[in-house]
Design a protein. Structure first.
Length: 411
């Protein structure tokens, strides 16, 4: 009996000892956070990823500004002039000289503007340059350099769908609001305030609201990869940002000349839609269909013909009867890439050779290139002067000069 009790006690002792060893091994096993390289997080603590976002915000926020567009009105009783806020948006500091980049539509229609820095100091701003066709504008404030923190600019051409992005702006006047998201798509196209297309736009699901316009879109390194510009109405989490590569390409011209210097041919139109060929069932060359020729342009002086007959195709108007540009300088013009390549080679004072399809014949035109003049809609506060569809007494309509219903291209 005594021997049986001794055996039982030894068995229980050994079992308890084994259980203790097993429990110690389980507790010593690393957690999922430790195995993934993250330190364990307790209540009130933040993860390494959250810390990186916090650090990025603290580095980037001082470069973001709040912009108030002002209208000058006369007091009805005292007859003196006063400035009234008419809108607001965001922007960011470009350099230590006080240049501020924003969207053109943020200041559009205003008579003056004020810039509020992160330290809440407010400064009068003057317009240095504007490119409505790219929805970009540059302001300047006379501020001590030690108050300014320029933003490093990244390369939008290296972006990939799925990358993390961060937007800082002033939605609804709530200054320095941070939102996060990912790059949802690349190579999108939106219309500028001048009704011309802006290509290679970034799509993101980071929240963008009224007041965010003109603010920076960052990558995880804190570099600006775009400027938040637009949202898709009646949709959620679909926002668009103009890429940093475009901004860098435009800035030198805006700073030096106050406008975007570009060669001007003076035609508007679109590439011949395949649906048009199927609908008309007539011989129609591939190429760029000229729908409108801008008055006083090199194209008008060279005799380029615009459209005369309006047709609705897929819900969008299209003008038929104009020239179809099939070649530029001997190269076939059959897509947007070819057109971009042709336009990039144009120089002011040079010339361009066009091959056009007209009345079932091939016609060759040699056109001199000049600088595009300043149009009324290029100037802040002059958007009411955008030409609207008109009919001339000769029954040859020249609608939409300066505008672009559908996917019209102007160059």
């Amino acid at each position: 009996m005594r021997a049986s009790r001794l055996v039982l006690c030894l068995t229980l002792l050994i079992a308890g000892f084994g259980t203790g060893i097993w429990w110690s091994a389980v507790n010593a096993r690393p957690s999922a956070a430790t195995r993934s390289g993250q330190r364990p997080v307790g209540p009130g603590q933040i993860t390494d990823g959250e810390r990186a976002t916090v650090d990025l915000f603290h580095r980037a926020a001082p470069s973001v500004v709040f912009i108030t567009s002002l209208a000058v009105r006369r007091n009805a009783f005292r007859l003196n002039l006063m400035q009234i806020p008419r809108g607001s948006g965001s922007g960011f500091i470009w350099d230590e000289q006080g240049h501020v980049v924003t969207n053109f539509h943020v200041i559009q229609g205003g008579d003056a503007a004020r810039v509020t820095l992160a330290d809440q100091s407010t400064w009068d701003a003057k317009l240095v340059g504007a490119a409505p066709e790219k929805d970009l504008a540059v302001l300047k404030i006379d501020t001590p350099a030690d108050r300014l923190q320029p933003i490093p600019i990244g390369r939008a051409s290296d972006l990939l769908v799925g990358q993390q992005v961060y937007a800082i702006g002033n939605p609804f006047g709530l200054d320095h609001t941070l939102t996060t998201g990912v790059i949802s798509a690349l190579g999108r196209e939106i219309d500028s305030v001048a009704r011309t297309p802006i290509r290679d736009v970034i799509q993101t699901d980071a929240a963008i609201n009224p007041g965010n316009s003109g603010g920076p879109l960052y990558d995880r390194c804190g570099q600006v990869i775009g400027i938040t510009t637009a949202i898709l109405p009646d949709a959620q989490s679909i926002g668009f940002a103009i890429p940093s590569n475009l901004i860098q390409g435009v800035m030198p011209s805006l700073l030096e000349h106050g406008r975007l210097i570009r060669p001007w041919l003076g035609v508007q139109g679109q590439f011949v839609p395949p649906a048009l060929k199927r609908l008309l069932r007539i011989p129609l060359a591939n190429g760029f269909l000229v729908e409108a020729v801008e008055p006083g342009s090199p194209a008008e002086k060279a005799g380029v013909r615009d459209g005369e007959f309006e047709l609705t195709l897929g819900g969008a108007p299209i003008l038929l009867g104009g020239d179809i540009i099939t070649e530029v300088n001997g190269s076939k013009l059959d897509g947007m890439d070819k057109l971009d390549h042709a336009l990039s080679s144009l120089t002011i004072g040079g010339s361009i050779q066009l091959t056009v399809f007209r009345d079932n014949k091939t016609v060759h035109l040699d056109i001199g290139i000049i600088e595009r003049p300043i149009m009324p809609w290029d100037l802040p506060g002059r958007q009411d002067d955008l030409p609207t569809p008109t009919s001339h007494t000769d029954a040859h309509p020249r609608p939409w000069i300066g505008t672009a219903p559908g996917r019209r291209i102007s160059f």
